[in-house]
Design a protein around this ligand. Sequence first.
Ligand code: GSH
Length: 232
Amino acid sequence: MVIVHHLNNSRSQRVLWLLEELDIPYEVKRYQRDPKTMLAPAALRTVHPLGKSPVISDGDKTIAETGAIVDYLITTYGGGRFIPAAGTPERLRYTYWMHYAEGSAMPPLVMRLIFGEIPKSPEMPWFIRPIARKITGAVTENYIDPQLAAHVALWEAELGKSAYFAGDELTGADFMMSFPVEASGSRATLTPKVTAWLAGIHARGAYKQALSRGGPYLIMGSRSESTKVNPL
Ligand SMILES: N[C@@H](CCC(=O)N[C@@H](CS)C(=O)NCC(=O)O)C(=O)O
């Protein structure tokens, strides 16, 4: 039985979604973020030394890193689903987006979150706060936001070629991309094809079922909610 070590409001939600699509039995072990630091509890470090989510256990195997988990689940339990055939152009696209989601899309999103939080830090002396706000605001405006806009434009172009990120079938690339796209939805302006792709995913029965297994998922909040509740 697959056990998902699931942190609330986290990347691990997409693993639950994949498991629902695969329609295999699994258990969810829930962990709650510290409400002040938003970090995972120490208990997660007993599962994997980094103490990050997602992590899954399957028999004697412990697997961390979403891309590795998605790849493992699809190749072990997919029976050929959710992965394009080897040697096809779709397979190359699949490999690209599987790596890109965490390797390229997430860093500017995490940066935006951190730069947004710096001026709000309660430890910061009040007279430094306006200076911090000015610096972080300038970096966000001049560097991070243009980067994010370029990423969203890339997604829009890719979804102009096919219904999903790696062709006309739902694949691991879409499971991986769901989190950066959801996280961007509250930090950048999404474009029409990306918005439609996300709406299509949110309408899936398996996606909804995964939400009920994972508990409240606030990553999809509005821009204003996001400044308070959207952790990464
Ligand atoms: N690249 C890793 C990132 C893992 C990660 O940073 N997970 C976040 C949740 S979205 C986490 O555990 N944060 C809590 C913490 O760092 O304590 C993956 O995709 O699995």
